[in-house]
Design a protein around this ligand. Structure first.
Ligand code: PRP
Length: 217
């Protein structure tokens, strides 16, 4: 019986577009995929891979639980969800960072308890626990920059890419926390049982990245 396709969990958006471009150069094509489609699964032209489209926050969950063999996930989502997978390649795209931000020159280390609005309470709590600082997190689902402006929190912990959102809301970075980027992750059991198909794929990806001069590990 023919092998079932290797399942690739991707999230619609820029990371996926960059990744699909990368694997196309390695000869893996998803001709039936187009961005505006509402379909959630696509087979590669050679039938060897099946792409499943999930929410960015859920890629790690699909891979950790074996519903997908391989995924492309932001390091932010892996950390926030405490995802247990093999993180095999730093794809080098989707680069941004987590920062603590607030009103200009705000001395957040003096504030106790410090309230922090964020979409990422786990990352925030882990970071401040290491610093031995007591905080209270307020979980929001977006537009976090609003929180200190309207007095919901003292500061925010959020992703900063260009810094435009902070600037346009008169906030500034008070401290940088962690650099993040897109990672290629693999389910631990799949890596053992489907090694002969997964390893060449990983090597193709690494090869294309090194041709592009990106960082891989
Ligand atoms: C993210 C993040 C910041 C913004 C940072 O928000 O939460 O708000 O991007 O990018 P910048 O530094 O380039 O301005 P997203 O676009 O995901 O929307 P959200 O605020 O609704 O979460």
């Amino acid at each position: 019986m023919a092998n079932k396709p290797i399942k690739l969990a991707l999230a619609k958006g820029r990371l996926t577009d960059d990744f699909l471009q990368l694997i196309e150069q390695a000869g893996i094509h998803f001709s039936s995929y187009y961005e505006k489609s509402r379909k959630l699964t696509f087979l590669s032209d050679d039938g060897a891979f099946e792409m499943i489209l999930v929410k960015a926050m859920d890629v790690g969950t699909y891979v950790e639980n074996g519903a997908a063999d391989i995924g492309v996930a932001g390091k932010d989502t892996l950390l926030e969800n405490g995802i247990d997978v093999y993180e095999l390649v730093d794809l080098g795209f989707g680069k941004c960072k987590f920062s603590i931000a607030g009103p200009e020159s705000y001395d957040f280390y003096q504030q106790s308890p410090l309230t922090i609005a964020t979409k990422y309470p786990k990352i925030t709590n882990d970071y401040f626990k290491k610093q031995g600082k007591q905080i209270e997190t307020i979980k929001l689902n977006g537009s976090v920059e609003l929180a200190p402006i309207v007095g919901l929190s003292d500061v925010i912990v959020d992703i900063v890419e260009t810094g435009n959102t902070l600037r346009e809301n008169n906030l500034q970075i008070l401290e940088d926390m962690i650099e993040i980027s897109a990672r290629l992750v693999v389910n631990k059991a799949s890596y053992k049982t489907k090694e002969s198909r997964i390893t060449p794929f990983i090597n193709h990806v690494k090869e294309q990245l090194s041709k592009q001069g990106s960082v891989s590990s």
